[in-house]
Design a protein around this ligand. Structure first.
Ligand code: SF4
Ligand code: SF4
Length: 381
């Protein structure tokens, strides 16, 4: 039996056996796969579903898939999907009410809590899951769907062997090394003809999966090679963000002219909130059938960039693009600390890559920091 905390070597040729062990252990596997010109998360039935030999090139408003010179399984950076699409689905039926005489019978939606292995979770994504855990299960009201799904998730982390031009997890203290919060941790070693994985058992559940998988104990050199890979990644971050006093900086600059500047560029398309692994805003809608015998309540992702999102008594509270962008960024980087005790940003860079006009929150923060305005008394809408 593999011990928790121990590190072993998994040969590339035994990776399929590792996937088999997960399936034999009762886990359905979801992980990275190539679809529609991007690396997105989907079902993994065999290793050929993985993005073997693919990587991505990212910049503000740009994402391109490219071939790698090798056959890496995890040689890419985070794409447009995050694990929240499984834990907090974009659209979800919450309950159904059926007419029953003069009343209604309400049936809660069954929760799909099948054991699921998330394969390829990056350090920033582990941090994002921890944040969403607090949002959905850390308060007095627990979201039953999220909690049910989350209970049976096996997290298989993959250490980042490269950083995208849009990554800044080092600034946010969330990566690129995954130190905790995973059941199994993989580091892909691909150098000088070598193709192996250092695999670390983070929990007893993870260790159980490894029973029957051909492994050898990792040597000191193997562990050093794995650590050096992640250190190189940390030194190659594409972006940085100075987070010192950021909560106060944003609070004191609610009337900074930069909000007008960004509003001229922002399309209020909501992309940044959809791709963000921590954004959790949603709306609900009732969907009745035509003969009024049944109604369903659905929840779907919403965004603070939508005009209707802040509508109160028939009028939007945040009527301008300026106020909506400001709300998003000041919440994410500032007031999130008051609400949840941490930043709402894990530095994954998705909102930069997938913003159609390349708005970059690291640059917006830097611009405000370069010329902070005197503290204002009121806040213009
Ligand atoms: S705000 Fe942007 S960089 Fe930060 S976690 Fe969300 S998508 Fe990633
Ligand atoms: S910042 Fe970019 S991604 Fe976000 S709403 Fe504006 S245009 Fe869309």
């Amino acid at each position: 039996m593999v011990e928790v905390g121990s590190r072993s070597i998994l040969a590339r040729s035994d990776f399929a056996t590792f996937l088999d062990a997960l399936q034999r252990g009762g886990y359905q596997i979801v992980g990275p796969t190539v679809r529609d010109g991007a690396i997105v998360y989907g079902p993994i039935r065999s290793e050929t579903d993985l993005p073997i030999g693919w990587t991505d090139r990212q910049e503000g408003g740009t994402y391109r898939l490219e071939r790698r010179p090798d056959a890496a399984l995890f040689g890419y950076n985070v794409g447009p999907h995050s694990w929240k699409k499984y834990l907090f689905p974009p659209r979800e039926r919450l309950f159904t009410a059926d007419r029953d005489g003069s009343s209604f019978r309400v049936s809660a939606e069954p929760i799909d809590d099948r054991p699921t292995a998330y394969l390829g979770v990056r350090a920033c994504e582990l941090a994002a899951i921890r944040i969403q855990d607090r949002v959905f299960t850390g308060g007095p009201v627990v979201d039953p769907g999220y909690a049910g799904r989350r209970r049976n998730v096996l997290l298989i982390a993959v250490q980042c062997g490269q950083a995208a031009a849009t990554c800044f997890c080092v600034s946010m203290g969330t990566g690129p090394a995954a130190h905790e919060g995973f059941d199994l941790g993989l580091t892909e070693l691909l150098e000088r003809g070598r193709h192996e994985f250092v695999i670390e058992a983070g929990t007893s559940r993870g260790a159980e999966v490894l029973a029957g998988v051909p492994l050898r104990a990792a040597s000191r050199e193997d562990v050093t090679a794995a650590e050096q890979l992640v250190e190189r990644t940390a030194r190659s971050m594409g972006r940085t963000m100075d987070t010192a006093g950021i909560r106060e900086l944003l609070r004191d600059n609610l009337e900074h002219p930069r909000w007008d500047d960004v509003a001229k560029r922002c399309l209020s398309c909501t992309n940044c909130t959809m791709v963000c692994p921590t954004c959790f805003c949603s709306t609900t809608e009732e969907v009745p059938d035509l003969d009024a015998t049944r109604v369903e309540r659905w929840r779907r992702w919403d965004s603070c960039f939508n005009l209707a999102f802040s509508e109160l008594h028939g009028k939007s509270v945040r009527a301008s693009g300026r106020s909506r962008y400001r709300q998003w960024m000041t919440h994410k980087l500032g007031t999130w600390h008051d609400q949840f005790g941490s930043s709402g940003c894990v530095g994954c860079g998705r909102c930069i890559t997938w913003c159609p006009v390349g708005i970059d929150l690291t640059e917006e923060v830097a611009a405000i920091r370069r010329s902070p305005a005197p503290a204002a008394k009121g806040v213009a809408p």
